[in-house]
Design a protein around this ligand. Structure first.
Ligand SMILES: [Mg+2]
Length: 358
């Protein structure tokens, strides 16, 4: 049963990071590591140890892959595993783990409820069914090119019955991050329509239309897309090098624009991080605080009882799983079979489209 040497070294360095591999009777477990050594649950990746029928089980934090497992076997102790799975929304029944139906849904917008110039077929009806069945839900988006009011109007134009308080945006989350941290002067790098959701911040520089007479304390980066220029990137870089913190409204890699995958905010954030040698604070998905705020608004304190449904592998699926929610992927929007395969991400469920809900 091969195990990457790097993983074993990590386990040896930190005794809490030991690994157990329960194998079939008569087969030896990880060489030299005995049959029963627990994994501290805090070191486990919720996505990594689910009963998905695959034969390799991995603990990415430890960079260990235990190969040759059959269905039902796992990495970790039985007790631990059951507790963790229960928290993740799995129910143990008849020697199998089954995914519980979520009590609530968080739904992505672009690529999930709508794409291009219209609703995903069947999506408005699915949302209406959730509402009729009184299944709690929130719409959560990293789109920062429009204000919340504009997003709500767009949804209504596409036939969705939605109210502003049901929509959580990365822009509003970003303003909360700024306020919670006590920053006052903020340089926004977002399109003009998004500025109306930042009215209670002191905006200067960037795309605010106001001159920054003093260095901003924070640089806020959103969906500037094709409006980025070298001058704007240079200005953001200047602020960062003068001490400003970098707040990314989203760090998404790409989105579907007119049938073509297009650069999202993430590549520009990554460029600024690289140049300034600073890491961004991410305000929208996959920030656990963003997910927690959306769940709180639904009165939910058990994340596993909610499913995030979206088309972004990293923000919607992996990010949700890391925040303790179920991560469901839709085959609409930017979905690509090859990207799913290469990412190593294991969605809890894959839907042809959001129309399957309710
Ligand atoms: Mg999306």
């Amino acid at each position: 049963m091969p195990v990457e040497a790097q993983g074993i070294e990590a386990a040896a360095v930190d005794p809490r990071r030991q690994v157990v591999a329960h194998s079939q009777p008569g087969r030896s477990a990880l060489p030299g590591h005995g049959e029963h050594v627990g994994i501290d649950p805090t070191f486990r990746n919720p996505a990594a140890d689910r009963d998905s029928g695959r034969t390799d089980r991995e603990v990415p934090q430890l960079r260990i892959v235990a190969e040759g497992f059959s269905d039902g076997e796992r990495v970790g102790s039985e007790e631990n595993s059951q507790d963790v799975r229960k928290q993740q929304g799995y129910r143990y029944h008849g020697k199998k783990y089954t995914l519980m139906e979520p009590r609530a849904y968080l739904l992505d917008l672009d690529g999930t409820l709508y794409s291009g110039d219209g609703a995903i077929p069947g999506a408005p009806e699915a949302l209406a069914r959730l509402r009729k069945q009184e299944i709690p839900h929130r719409l959560v988006t990293n789109t920062t090119s429009r204000s919340r009011a504009m997003l709500v109007q767009r949804l209504r134009d596409y036939g969705f019955d939605v109210s502003p308080e049901e929509v959580f945006t990365a822009t509003l989350a970003g303003t909360d991050v700024v306020k919670d941290a006590g920053y006052r002067r903020v340089a926004p790098f977002v399109p003009e329509p998004a500025l109306s959701d930042m009215q209670d911040l002191e905006l200067c520089g960037g795309t605010s239309g106001r001159v920054a007479s003093r260095t901003p304390e924070a640089v806020l980066v959103g969906d500037l897309g094709e409006h980025w220029t070298y001058a704007l990137l240079q200005e953001a870089f200047d602020y960062l090098m003068s001490g400003a913190v970098l707040i990314a409204l989203s760090r998404d890699r790409y989105w579907l624009n007119g049938g073509r995958l297009a650069l999202d905010a993430g590549p520009f954030v990554a460029g600024l991080e690289f140049a300034a040698g600073k890491s961004a604070v991410v305000a929208g998905k996959p920030s656990p605080a963003f997910y927690a705020a959306a769940l709180r608004s639904l009165g939910l304190d058990a994340p596993a009882s909610a499913a995030m449904v979206g088309d972004d592998l990293w923000s919607d699926v992996e990010g949700a799983q890391r925040a303790g929610l179920q991560g469901w992927l839709v085959r609409t929007g930017k979905y690509r079979e090859s990207a799913l395969r290469e990412s190593g991400i294991k969605p809890d469920r894959i839907l042809d489209s959001v129309a399957a809900l309710g």
